[in-house]
Design a protein around this ligand. Sequence first.
Ligand SMILES: Nc1ncnc2c1ncn2[C@@H]1O[C@H](COP(=O)(O)OP(=O)(O)OP(=O)(O)O)[C@@H](O)[C@H]1O
Length: 295
Amino acid sequence: MNARDGGGGEGTLGRRRRFENSEFTVRIYPGALAEGTIYCPVSARKNTTAAEAIERVIERLRLDRTKCYVLAEVKEFGGEEWILNPSDCPVQRMLLWPRVALEQRALSGGDDYRFLLRQKNLDGSIHYGGSLQMWLRVTEERRCMVERGLLPQPEPRGDHADLCRLPELNERTLLDNLRSRFRQECIYTYVGTILIVINPFKFLPIYNPKHVKMYDNHTLGEMEPHIYAVADVAYHAMLQRRRNQCVVISGESGSGKTQSTNFLIHHLTALSQKGFASGVEQIILGAGPVLEVSK
Ligand SMILES: Nc1ncnc2c1ncn2[C@@H]1O[C@H](COP(=O)(O)OP(=O)(O)OP(=O)(O)O)[C@@H](O)[C@H]1O
C-alpha cells in the first residue's frame, strides 16, 4: 500500500487532516473473474467504501455489470475470507494489517494479506470459482507460456501498449490511454519505437533478473513495453550491425532520466556479462554523478 499526501498542514490536527486526505493504493485480486489480471490497483481514501472500490474495478477491468460483486479480505494465504459490507472501508481494514503487509508488498512476507473480488449469486451466496492458489498457478503458467512466445501477449483491457495503435488519435485518447495504463502500474508505453515513461515515484517489481531474461533477444513491441526492451534492441543491433547505437533520454527535471539511464545500463551490462559479475556496471554508474555535474 502506498500513500500519497493530499496536502500540507501542521501539528496533530494537520497531520490527521492530511492522513484523512491521503490517497492509498488498494490491490484487488479479481481471480478467475478477470483472466490474465493478477491484481487491479485502485486509488482509495480512508473513507472510500468497498462498493466504490468495486465500482472502480468493474470499470477498469470492464467486468459484467449485470453481476453482483463483493470484496473479501484474506489474512492468511488460502485461509478464511471475510466478506466486506458495501459500506465498509477497505483502507481502514488495511490499516489494521501488520506493517510488512503494507510496506513490503513486492517482497515476500506480507503477501498473505489481500482483497479478493468475489461474485455474489442471486440467492446471496458467494461464488468462489476455485481457490486463489489454483488460479494463481494457472495465471503463472499462462504468463510463462506468453514469455516463451506460445501465447500472444495480452493487452491491458481497453488499453494500447503502443499509442500508434489507438483507433482514434487525439490528445484526449492519448492521455486517457496513458492514465489508464499508469493506474494499472504500466508505466511504459510505446509510440512506435519511442518509449514513454511515466515516473511512478515508487518501487515497482519489474527490474529483477527475471525481467532481464524475459526481455533478452526480442523485437520491440513483442512484449509489454519496458526500458529493458529498448536496451535489448540497441544491444543486439550493435552486435548485428557492428555499429555504435544511441539511446536518447529526455524529459523535464525529476521525470526519471537518471533512473531510466541506470536501468538501461543495468540491462546492457547484464546482457554483455550474461551472469558474470565484473563490476563494470558499478564503474559506469559511478561515472554518472561526474557526468551530471557537467550537464
Ligand atoms: N522507473 C522508476 N521507478 C521508480 N521510481 C522512479 C523511476 N524513475 C524515477 N523515479 C523516482 O523519481 C526520482 C527522480 O528521478 P531522476 O533523478 O531519475 O530524475 P531526472 O530526470 O534525472 O532529474 P534531473 O533532471 O533533475 O536530474 C528518483 O529519485 C526516483 O525516486
